[in-house]
Design a binder for this molecule. Structure first.
Ligand code: OGA
Ligand code: MN
Length: 291
């Protein structure tokens, strides 16, 4: 089969592109290598007007690499364990109340973060397929963290390159806005804290600021002080003209590179409007390299 030429329509001046005239269910097998390259190059790819069965969605996602299984078995799709159903609809069809653990969990994604950065080998990418979209709210924002690095002063670049951040699932979970079920010591033991360089090498010669909501503090520094420092830095570095806000349409498939972007969900009325996404996560292939 011949490779087809891919067409890209930029979404933001510094990153992200819509791949036009592409059928995720049919065109992926013969374009795997160019799609992987495009993801690293553009950091975020959008495919509109897709109509995929769950099986076809998983197959599309597999083109980008092995898929992660979520730590929480009860959140997995019964037939395709790689799919994580991001949904505020309960089994009886009603919407989750605001203080329901599932609503708290979903709201947890509204802080800037990069997925599974608490792992020794964090994921490479995440893919969302929009099934049901609320009539208002529920956009997702993405920040280009290569542009973030470029915005730092020379002194900051030099200083941050010497530092590592402590990424902690236990911390980020505890910082969720509301009550979640306690994790057992056994569950926590499966997700020990991980230390990653703050400035990460990407795609050969690019430097990325690799922080986000799983970061508890900076290695070797006072926890409270360095946590505040990290949060202030994240605020600043997601405000340098490097943010793309995605307004979802049903049928959108969006894949983003978690190595070089941060993202967050923007608010919507979780107990009033349904929002259903299918999610797959592409495993990383290497540890976080310092720049
Ligand atoms: C996630 C996430 C954002 C969204 O699933 O990790 O950040 O818009 N989701 O649902
Ligand atoms: Mn996320």
């Amino acid at each position: 089969m011949l490779n087809m030429a891919l067409h890209f329509k930029p979404l933001h001046p510094s990153f992200g592109a819509e791949v036009t005239d592409f059928n995720c269910g049919q065109d992926v097998v013969r374009n795997t290598e160019s799609l992987k390259g495009a993801l690293t190059r553009w950091q975020l790819l959008l495919f509109r007007e897709q109509d995929l069965t769950d099986g076809a969605f998983v197959e599309f996602c597999r083109a980008f690499g092995d898929l992660e299984l979520l730590p929480e078995p009860e959140k997995r799709h019964p037939e395709y364990p790689e799919i994580f159903n991001l949904s505020n609809i309960r089994p009886d069809g009603s919407l989750t109340p605001k203080d329901d653990p599932q609503a708290v969990f979903l709201r947890g994604t509204s802080r800037w973060h990069t997925d599974s950065s608490f792992r020794k080998i964090p994921c490479l990418a995440t893919i969302l397929y929009a099934v049901t979209i609320p009539p208002q709210g529920g956009d997702t924002e993405f920040a280009n963290m290569i542009a973030a690095f470029d915005s730092l002063s020379g002194e900051e670049k030099g200083r941050l390159r010497q530092q590592k951040a402590v990424h902690s699932y236990a911390y980020s979970r505890s910082a969720n806005p509301g009550e979640l079920k306690e994790m057992s010591a056994e569950e926590l033991a499966k997700v020990p804290d991980t230390h990653h360089p703050i400035i990460r090498r990407h795609d050969g010669d690019k430097a990325v600021v690799y922080l986000g909501g799983h970061v508890s503090h900076i290695e070797g520094k006072d926890v409270t002080e360095s946590r505040a420092e990290v949060r202030a830095l994240e605020d600043r570095l997601t405000n340098v003209g490097n943010v793309y806000r995605h307004q979802w349409r049903e049928g959108d498939v969006l894949i983003w590179d978690n190595r070089s972007t941060l993202h967050r969900l923007t608010g919507y009325e979780i107990d009033k409007y349904a929002r259903v996404m299918r999610r797959c996560t592409v495993s990383g292939t290497e540890t976080v390299n310092a720049f």
